[in-house]
Write a protein that binds this ligand. Structure first.
Ligand code: NDP
Length: 385
């Protein structure tokens, strides 16, 4: 039976991996909407290839260019943030949420409000909205399928037992490309070095997040919302080979782990086919060739991000959204060459601690206000740096 899908962030790393799987199973899928931020050319190319009903570019001023690029195709073109939400709310069996950053929150909520199945890669949306999003999922009968490889692993391991029987959840972390660097070396890390991830090929923002360990911090908060076992039961272990994607330990001492190649098409396929399975082009896992799996505790002195995220999750309210927004501003500044690598965590900590946070957000509008407020404070801090 043909299923329908919309891909938000179709031109990005997760978007392209999703469309690769759709391409390999073309007859099974109808593409409703594809979206991008500014890459008109690639968006139009994909929309034509997949015969999408609709293509949306986030930047308003690129509507004319998108229309030109789709001329004669019969594909509808639209632009702007409102159009992203409308695309996301269009009837589809599944929406792949793969926009990067809190910019994806509005579209994710629009899909949730339709009661749709949302494959969630866009972790920043859940970190920022927290209970506002989980309450909306409940209210509208939507389904969230975790795309993040760690959360997808946990989701799969939880099929072997009940949440109430969980003793601990362990998120694995590769440690990123700068894992073994000294504090002094970290001060000198360049954007090119920070995004050169040893195991995963990802977009620039999440690659920097992996290098700072903010990615794991965001994932800790994401896990706290997706699998409500209590923060004290969620742990992080550094596992440089990225073969075990995460683990669940049950009350009887059994630990279930999910293993696989470091290729996002595996967790994406698990979401697309859920609750069944589908083929992917991966080679079988060859543990003898891998040889060794190693583990160690995170070093929160060199990489304070996981501590900051845990504290923000414990504080709740506006803290996780503030942490996320400050991190987005700091990562953009680092990528632009405006601040050194180690200033990212420092800036996030200062935004969280040096001023009073707004009250806990109760609605999407309030979540977006927390995000704006934190961005304003982080940007002001950049000016004075
Ligand atoms: P990329 O940077 O590769 O792609 C981001 C996508 O979002 C692009 O299509 C981009 O369009 C679009 N986009 C960027 N900014 C905006 C905006 N302001 N409004 C609307 N659209 C926007 O990111 P990734 O694919 O790496 O990551 C996407 C999400 O998935 C992130 O939240 C990340 O944390 C998460 N994730 C990613 C993994 C990975 O392996 N890459 C693994 C696990 C989670 P354009 O191309 O036009 O700029």
């Amino acid at each position: 039976m043909t299923r329908s899908i919309s891909v938000l962030g179709a031109t990005g790393s997760v978007g392209v991996s999703t469309l690769d799987l759709i391409r390999r199973n073309r007859a099974d899928w109808r593409v409703v909407a594809l979206t991008a931020h500014s890459n008109v050319e690639e968006l139009a190319k994909l929309a034509r290839e997949f015969d999408a009903d609709l293509a949306v570019i986030a930047q308003d001023n690129l509507l004319g260019a998108l229309r030109d690029a789709l001329d004669g195709s019969g594909i509808e073109a639209a632009a702007g943030r409102g159009a992203l939400c409308e695309a996301s709310a269009r009837s589809a069996d599944i929406v792949m949420a793969a926009i990067v950053g809190c910019a994806g929150l509005g579209p994710v909520m629009a899909a949730i409000e339709q009661g749709t199945t949302v494959a969630l890669a866009n972790k920043e949306a859940l970190v920022s909205a927290g209970e506002v999003m989980t309450a909306a999922v409940e209210k509208h009968g939507a389904t969230l399928l975790p795309v993040d490889s760690e959360h997808n692993a946990i989701f799969q391991c939880l099929r072997g037992g009940k949440l109430a029987e969980v003793r601990t959840i362990t998120l694995t972390a590769s440690g990123g490309p700068l894992r073994t660097w000294s504090k002094a070396q970290l001060d000198e890390a360049t954007p090119a070095q920070a995004i050169a991830h040893p195991n995963w090929d990802m977009g620039a923002k999440i690659s920097v997040d992996s290098a700072t360990m903010f990615n794991k911090g965001l994932e800790l908060i994401e896990a706290h919302h997706l699998f409500p076992v209590g923060l004290d039961k969620i742990r992080i272990v550094v596992h440089p080979q990225s073969v075990i994607h995460s683990m669940v330990e049950y009350r009887d001492g059994s630990t279930l782990a999910q293993l696989g190649p470091s290729d996002m098409r595996v967790p994406i396929a698990s979401c697309l086919a859920y609750p069944a399975r589908m083929d992917t082009p991966m080679d079988p896992l060859d543990l003898a060739a891998i040889g060794e799996l190693t583990f160690h505790a995170p070093d929160e002195k060199r990489f304070p991000a996981t501590r900051l995220a845990r504290e923000a999750a414990q504080a709740g309210g506006a803290a996780p959204g503030t942490l996320n927004a400050a991190n987005e501003v700091a990562v953009a500044a680092f990528l632009a060459g405006n601040i050194p690598f180690s200033r990212i965590a420092l800036m996030v900590e200062r935004v969280l601690t040096e001023t009073e946070l707004p009250p806990a957000p109760q609605t999407l509008e309030e979540v977006l206000r927390v995000d704006e407020d934190a961005r304003r404070r982080a940007s002001a801090m950049l000016e004075t740096c």
